[in-house]
Structures are given as C-alpha cells and as structure tokens.
Ligand binder design. Structure first.
Ligand SMILES: [Fe+2]
Length: 389
C-alpha cells in the first residue's frame, strides 16, 4: 500500500471521542469510521465524519451490469481495436467489459457525459488508467487530481465521483481486481519502504493533499456494485462530510511516465515491467526506454509461449516496434499455449534503434480470460495469421 498519510483533524488516539461542539444532534463529537482490508488485518484508515455514515433513508434495486461473456470456439490470438469505440454513458455506466475472469475484469470507457451519481464498488479494487483526460477523483478522503497516463487506484468500498475537466475527452481503461491490489512485495523492504532500485518510489505515488468537507443535510444517492448487481442507496446527507483521517488505505495516483524502466545488455523479460500485483494477475507498464546494449542484441521481444498465463497488452502511445497493425487503443490477447513474437521485418527494422517511445499497459492473468460480445465484434479474425509475410 502507499505510505501513511494524515489529513485534517483527528484525535490523539484511535477510538476515543473526537470532540466537536455542538456536533450532530448535540452529541458533541465527530463520528469515527474505520475502513479496513482483509477483515481487520491489513491496511486501514480511520476517518472522522460530521454525521454518522450509516444514515440510509431508502434503498432500491438499480439493475445489473450486462455480462456478455462466452466461451470462444477456438484457442487463438486476438487483436481488438477500441480507438473508434462510440462514446456512451458516464464514467461508470459507459464501461464496456472486454476481457475477464473471476480475478480481473478489463473494460474500456469513453464517456459522453459527466458522472451522474456517486458510485461504490463493493467487491473489487479498481485501477482506472487514464489514457486521456484530466480531472479530479472526489471521495471522502479529499480531492485527488489526475491527468493523462495516471493509474488511479481506488480501493474497494470507496464512494467516488470521477469529474473530468471540460473538453478533456476522457478515454479510460478500467481494471477491476477481485483480490487485493498491491504494490509488488519484491519492491518493498522489511521496513515497509519501497526499495532503492524499484521502478518507482513513494514520491511517485500521490494521495489526496487536502480535506474538502461537504456539509450538506440533503438526500444523496450512491450506486453500489457487488458482482453484477447494482443497488441504489440514498443517504440523508452527503457522505463526503469528513473533517480528517489517517492511515494507509486511500485512493492514489501513479503516472505511467514516472515508471523507471530497466535496460539490459540483452532483452529483459516482462517481469521487469511489473507495476501492481493482485491475486490471479499482474499489471505491467512498458514505458519508453533505452534498448538493449549488446552489439548483437535482438532489440524486440523474443518469441515465447505463455505458460500458465494469458497476456493482454493495451497500446497507449508511440511506435510499437515489435507489432504490425496495432494502433493506439488496440488490445492484443495472446493466450496460453500458443507462441507469439515479433512480426516479420521488425527484428531487422529495430537493429539500429537505440530507444523505444512505446507506452503500453500489460495485464497477465493466471486463469484463462474470456472475451465479451463487444470484444469479439471489434476483433480482427485475421490476426492469428499476421505473422506470415
Ligand atoms: Fe508476450
């Protein structure tokens, strides 16, 4: 998790009265809420509200996320182009699931309007990769600004609203993790600090910097997602009525351009790009970098078969030196059991290259991925044969 943060007004110890006169209903205190992970055994924060966070006035069913995933008739490589996907919905309702299994769901979202209601994902951590867009994530922890190429990490059970600057044409990749998303253990020393030599440090992780208390005694609705089910809860007041908090559980951003890539004498394997870890999958960042230095080095990735892994690459920016035909917002899915590698001509073409400007996000999964109907509609059926000259 990111480092310990403390914002606003908190009392000197956990679970003691945080005095505030007159306070809600003259009770004379701010109301503590403990937000935890893994029961009460992993990262947590302690938050202080103007009013009890439990004041529900109504609840009603709010439909379900459409789930159009199916078995594929063949094991094969896929190339799914999403750059021209129609804009629709808001930053929540406009999400189009493309690849998924029980551990991870990947969706593209090109919203056409502002987020209508607050949203809360009850059972998945979210990574919203901002391919394009600037704005602010609003939560009870305080405003969190984001920009192009930020990973915005939103812990499960965080109520939020994604607000984009006017004219910023948001374009998002949303990754939902059923298990706890974390900073890879191999980057963290026994003292809990990011090790020197890791591809990022605490300075690259950005949490909220200020409290923004919303003191509104007016009904506010939240759409809560658990699994596919959506439920609308209405509270008697706005839930962002927080005067202070501390802890290690909060939304944060990490910009993909702050990832420090490694270059080897010869090509280094994908784990050097590891960015986030989660049960059943990893997220990697292929950032602009110097290419391998040995005079005989082959500067595009070696052909390989995925073993016990399905590999999804989302192409963000730049010239993708090992691939033909991919473009910005393309996905490739190279599943287990099949070799893939550089396209014909790309080994020779890269011989004189000293660096690559490509930026891509990779998701490698342990369990096989299924494709949605929308992914199959955007898929290129000729892609498996694209290695033939
Ligand atoms: Fe690969």
């Amino acid at each position: 998790m990111p480092q310990y943060l403390r914002l606003g007004s908190i009392p000197r110890k956990h679970h003691i009265a945080h005095r505030h006169a007159p306070g809600f209903k003259n009770e004379g205190i701010y109301y503590e809420e403990v937000v935890t992970t893994a029961g009460f055994t992993r990262a947590y924060s302690v938050v202080y509200h103007l009013r009890p966070p439990t004041r529900v006035t109504r609840l009603e069913p709010a439909g379900a996320i459409s789930s159009d995933f199916g078995e594929q008739p063949m094991l094969r490589h896929h190339h799914v182009k999403t750059g021209a996907m129609e804009r629709s919905g808001d930053p929540i309702s406009g999400r189009v699931p493309l690849f998924g299994n029980s551990d991870v769901m990947m969706a593209r979202c090109r919203p056409e309007r502002a987020q209508e209601e607050l949203f809360r994902n009850a059972d998945a951590d979210e990574v919203v990769f901002v391919h394009r867009g600037r704005g602010v994530l609003h939560t009870m922890f305080g405003p969190l600004p984001f920009r192009d190429c930020d990973y915005v990490v939103i812990p499960r059970c965080t109520t939020y609203r994604l607000e984009f600057e006017p004219g910023s044409a948001p374009d998002l990749l949303v990754i939902e993790s059923s298990g706890a998303l974390s900073i890879p253990a191999r980057y963290v020393n026994p003292d809990g600090q990011l090790k020197m030599g890791s591809p990022y440090s605490e300075r690259d992780l950005h949490g909220p910097r200020e409290i923004a208390v919303v003191d509104k005694e007016e009904e506010t609705s939240i759409v809560i997602k658990d699994g596919r089910r959506l439920t609308r809860y209405t509270l008697a007041h706005h839930p962002f009525d927080v005067v202070g908090w501390d802890g290690m559980l909060y939304p944060y951003t990490f910009n993909a351009d702050d990832f420090q890539p490694l270059t080897g004498r010869v090509h280094l394997p994908p784990p050097v790009h590891l960015t986030f870890d989660a049960p059943g999958f990893v997220v990697c960042t292929f950032a602009p970098r110097m290419l391998d230095t040995d005079p005989e080095a082959i500067k595009v990735p070696f052909a390989h078969s995925n073993v016990q892994a399905d590999e999804v690459l989302y192409y963000v920016r730049g010239h993708f030196s090992s691939r033909r035909g991919v473009e910005e917002s393309s996905f490739t899915l190279h599943p287990r059991g099949l070799p893939h590698g550089p396209h014909p001509g790309t080994i020779v073409a890269s011989r004189e290259a000293r660096s690559t400007d490509e930026l891509a996000v990779m998701v490698d999964t342990v369990k096989p991925l299924q494709l949605s109907r929308q992914a199959m509609q955007l898929d290129d059926p000729a892609y498996p044969m694209s290695w033939i000259d």
